[in-house]
Design a protein around this ligand. Structure first.
Ligand code: RNT
Ligand code: ZN
Length: 419
């Protein structure tokens, strides 16, 4: 599509939305400012750079062996540069502890800010904020399926120390970049088969977390979050950090709650949980992902649930309280394309949501006119929102439509195939 056609289509769309009382220029500006925290781990199948021989563990799995996986932090940053150049709007990068850089081996309890100095330099150059995660998996000390809830004092302490060290790195990100780093704790702890004691590990997890967050860190630099889960591969019967566990933990300790779209029973959706949790939790992280039949971490699609998640943020004005993050890892397609597709879909869903006449829909609901409510909601799928999206991409200086794909294909040939 050429520039004039995009602008012409936009001007028509602008008039149509004005009739609904929506200012499309303002909608674009609003959506452009919502940061999306892009997870680094799509770039290398959650391997990290700590130990090239370490297999991914913790009950999560990346399947596929598409050419060109990032093998070093330099590779990963180069790939991120490419992906970021094709995605409109405010971005952050979400790092895991295993993405450290060090010439000599450093164990998890010994990581320091200096091991992430290059990432900070990169973030400054890209003008993006950083978020962080301790990595409580893919390590000999997590091999038996337990970390922060381990019955062995020494092993448990090791993971507590890792999380404490991680908070220091997160704080360092916040100080260097002038935007708080949100640090999310997820642990794989659980059991394959029916436990004899569901309580003791949960009590230990609670105590470990209390020790981890005991040192006060200014929330202007660092924020703590916890992520629940239903099950993992090899932890089908029991997950220590369940939804009830972390809902209670986050509310009682006044920290952030992370809702991962793949971490609930198959017919449960996080779009329904956001409003409920918002009454008790000040701030969230979302791990937007696409669970297919299980917690498969497929690339975010422009599906109903992604759109519903976006609508919940917009309808309740949760812009400052919901940190939108992504969490998928697919090794079966070009990994840069995966980032671009998933992140553009999230942004697209946010744009479509701000173009919704939500006050009008709420009023119709109160008036009991569910017919008009449904009719308008359904018509919104074929209104001119896509013309607004195209114009937004044009304005943001990123490719319109599928034009980004050519760029990714060239990059695959020039860079990925040479790895
Ligand atoms: C695992 C959790 C967790 C991880 C990342 C790598 O089920 O979703 O968020 O995917 O931390
Ligand atoms: Zn997650």
């Amino acid at each position: 599509m050429n520039k004039t056609d995009i602008e012409t289509a936009y001007n028509i769309a602008k008039r149509q939305f004005a009739e609904l009382g929506i200012d499309t220029d303002k909608a674009i500006a609003k959506v452009n400012d919502i940061p999306i925290s892009i997870h680094c781990w799509q770039g290398d199948d959650v391997r990290g750079f700590e130990n090239p021989d370490q297999e991914l563990s913790g009950g999560i799995q990346a399947t596929g062996n598409y050419v060109g996986r990032a093998r070093s932090a330099q590779d990963l940053r180069q790939d991120l540069d490419k992906a970021f150049s094709l995605i409109p709007g405010a971005k952050r990068l979400n790092l895991h502890a295993i993405y450290l850089e060090s010439d000599t081996p450093v164990d998890r309890d010994k990581i320091e800010p200096k091991h992430f100095a290059n990432w900070v330099e990169w973030a400054k150059k890209e003008q993006v904020g950083l978020d962080f995660n301790p990595s409580c998996f893919s390590h000999p000390k997590s091999d038996d399926g337990f970390t922060l809830s381990h019955h062995d004092d020494e092993i448990r302490q090791f993971w507590i120390d890792h999380c404490k060290a991680s908070r220091k790195i997160s704080e360092y990100f916040g100080k260097e970049l002038g935007t708080p780093s949100v640090m999310n704790i997820w642990v794989p702890d659980g059991m394959k088969d029916m436990p004899a004691d569901r309580l003791a590990p949960r009590k230990r997890l609670m105590e470990s977390l209390d020790e981890i967050i005991s040192e006060k860190i200014d929330t202007q630099y660092h924020k703590d979050a916890v992520e629940s889960k239903l099950f993992g591969i090899g932890a089908e019967a029991y997950t220590v950090g369940s939804n009830e566990f972390y809902m209670g933990y986050a509310t009682s300790r006044g920290i952030l709650l992370c809702l991962d779209a793949g971490h609930f029973h198959p017919t449960e959706v996080i779009s329904d949980k956001i409003s409920a949790c918002s009454l008790y939790v000040d701030e969230f992280i979302l791990h937007v992902t696409r669970p297919m039949r299980w917690d498969s971490d497929h690339i975010v699609s422009f599906d109903t649930e992604t759109q519903e998640i976006a609508k919940e943020i917009v309808r309740h004005g949760l812009f400052d309280r919901v940190n939108v993050g992504l969490d998928f890892f697919d090794a079966s397609i070009n990994r840069i394309a995966a980032w671009v597709i998933g992140t553009r879909n999230m942004r697209k869903a946010l744009l479509k949501a701000v173009l919704e006449p939500s006050d009008k829909l709420k009023a119709l609901e109160v008036a009991g006119d569910y017919t008009t409510r449904l009719a308008l909601m359904e018509e919104s799928h074929s209104n001119a929102w896509a013309a607004v999206w195209d114009y937004y991409c044009l304005q943001a200086g990123v490719p319109v439509g599928a034009d980004w794909l050519q760029d990714v294909k060239h990059y695959e040939e020039a860079v990925l195939l040479q790895r």
